[in-house]
Design a binder for this molecule. Structure first.
Ligand SMILES: [Zn+2]
Length: 345
């Protein structure tokens, strides 16, 4: 089976009409399916003898599913790949977030026996969606606070909404907008001084144009929240919100499995580079100010990526959003604000 077919198979199994809301039979079925996939991939439990790490809150039982691709030196701080598996409504929620879970599982398969020094933790979090979003029962928060091992994390790579083609429904940009469907957005390069160079040195191919933004310009859309607040270096990958976000129309047939396969390749490449890159503590965000705004100026990285991603369409894009230039932090902030007016990034 090729990568796209593997991704399609996992999304089809996970994204059913019953959904995966906490406390429902669909949620339990998804959990059991994922535990089976984790054992089929021969991953090790992260803690104790099961990948299922349960917790309770508000009278409910939740399950984070946390497994490990073992590295050569298991004493090193691991890389974490994270994605939530619960759903917001009793419906497929294929892009949100079965797609990311499928990518995490395929990445685990590719990273097994690939010679990495570090463990890679595959973290399938429970309870990311409302009413748990950013609450004390959010799966990633409970994991970080109560279930993590003392060695902590080298870096956290979090995915959400990574299965769809990007649409830029901007008046005046309709003609070129189709060319940009392959876009992938990234935040968090500002969370460690070494990350901008790693992002720039590992760009995906032209079919997966990458645009980086400051996390503060987007907000903590997903499970990277607790890692950011805890000063863990992180990158958040997303295709942003789209018209099917949190709708019954977020179905498996609307996803782009070839794009997902490219995102998986990119994720694996990031893991390989990050594995051997030292991320020193003195260069990470630790003060309140740097946790909010970053420890490193990513202006030139962000501008360069927008230029590469849009290519010859850049000028018409800037004109369509009412901007003349893209040369400064202020321009980037303005662009982020304009884009959020068209679609929630
Ligand atoms: Zn969601």
């Amino acid at each position: 089976m090729d990568d796209a077919s593997k991704l399609r198979a996992d999304v089809s199994a996970l994204a059913t009409p019953e959904g995966r809301m906490v406390g429902t039979a669909g949620h339990d079925a998804a959990r059991d399916f994922l535990l089976d996939r984790i054992s089929a991939l021969d991953l090790r439990p992260y803690q104790g003898d099961s990948a299922e790490l349960s917790y309770e809150g508000s009278g409910k039982r939740f399950s984070n599913l946390i497994a490990v691709v073992p590295g050569e030196d298991r004493s090193l701080a691991p890389i974490l790949i994270g994605a939530h598996y619960d759903s917001v409504i009793r419906s497929y929620c294929a892009d949100d977030n079965a797609a990311a879970v499928a990518i995490a599982l395929l990445a685990a398969e590719k990273l097994t026996d690939s010679g990495l020094q570090r463990d890679v933790v595959i973290a399938l979090f429970d309870a990311e969606e409302p009413p748990y979003f950013h609450s004390d029962n959010m799966g990633s928060k409970r994991f970080y606070r109560e279930q993590r091992r003392p060695v902590g994390f080298h870096v956290a790579l979090i995915m959400d909404l990574v299965g769809h083609d990007v649409e830029l429904p901007i008046p005046g940009f309709e003609a070129a907008s189709g060319q940009m469907s392959g876009l992938l957005f990234l935040t968090g390069a500002e969370s460690h001084a070494a990350l901008p160079a790693i992002v720039e040195g590992n760009l995906p191919g032209p079919e997966l144009p990458l645009v980086a933004a400051l996390n503060r310009n987007v907000g903590d859309m997903s499970d990277h929240h607790i890692f950011r607040l805890s000063a863990v270096p992180y990158l958040f990958l997303s295709c942003g919100r789209w018209q099917h976000y949190h709708q019954v129309t977020d179905t498996p047939d609307r996803l782009n499995y070839d794009k997902m396969a490219r995102i998986c390749e990119y994720l694996v490449q990031l893991c390989q580079t990050l594995d051997t890159t030292e991320l020193t503590v003195d260069a990470q965000a630790t003060s309140r100010e740097s946790i909010e705004n970053g420890v490193v100026d990513t202006t030139s990285l962000e501008i360069e990526l927008v230029r590469r991603a849009f290519g010859s369409a850049l000028e018409s894009f800037l004109t369509a959003i009412g901007m003349g230039t893209l040369a400064s932090r202020r321009d980037l902030d303005q662009m982020a604000a304009r884009l959020q007016g068209f679609f929630e990034l």
